[in-house]
Design a protein around this ligand. Structure first.
Ligand SMILES: [Zn+2]
Length: 162
């Protein structure tokens, strides 16, 4: 796969296919581990906290099932932002709410050349990933929250003399 080819592709479904067909191909340059596959990237981030909701992310066979009933009894079901019950699903498998996913900071359809760039990737939980794509304001809201807490900590450190 050459960079030139990626640069000329802007069709969202083609981009998705390339992403999906490369899940087991070592194409992400991890600064510590060298070339790793997207699957390895996810596995490495399993059990780390999700940067958005703070919940521990999970990865591996024990966190998905073929049975919807089993998924519900394991507590995989949650409510979407509009209050609908939802279970993360890929093909015939049902996944844990906080199963690790890879999010592209710069959208892969708009910046295909950055699709496998380590610096453009972030591990976030599946539930937050869904919420993020549902809600364009998601990122902004989180940035605002971050700025607020930053402001508070700065004020604590440098109290207003007046
Ligand atoms: Zn999350």
């Amino acid at each position: 796969m050459s960079k030139v080819r990626l640069d000329t592709l802007y069709d969202a479904s083609e981009i998705r296919d390339i992403w999906e067909n490369n899940q087991t191909v070592p194409c992400i340059k991890d600064p510590k581990e060298g070339l790793i596959t997207p699957n390895m990237y996810r596995a490495n981030k399993g059990s780390k906290p999700c940067p958005y909701c703070g919940q521990k992310m999970v990865h591996g066979r024990q966190y998905y099932t073929k049975s919807k009933t089993e998924a519900i009894s394991r507590g995989y079901q949650y409510k979407t932002v509009d209050g609908k019950p939802y279970i993360n699903q890929a093909g015939s498998l049902y996944f844990h709410q906080h199963y690790v996913t890879i999010d592209h900071k710069l959208n892969k359809a708009r910046f295909p050349e950055k699709m496998f760039d380590y610096d453009n990737l972030e591990a976030i939980c599946w539930r937050c990933n869904n919420q993020k794509s549902d809600n364009l304001m998601f990122e902004l809201e989180h940035k605002l929250e971050h700025l607020r807490s930053l402001k508070e900590s700065v004020f604590r450190r440098y109290p207003n003399p007046h």
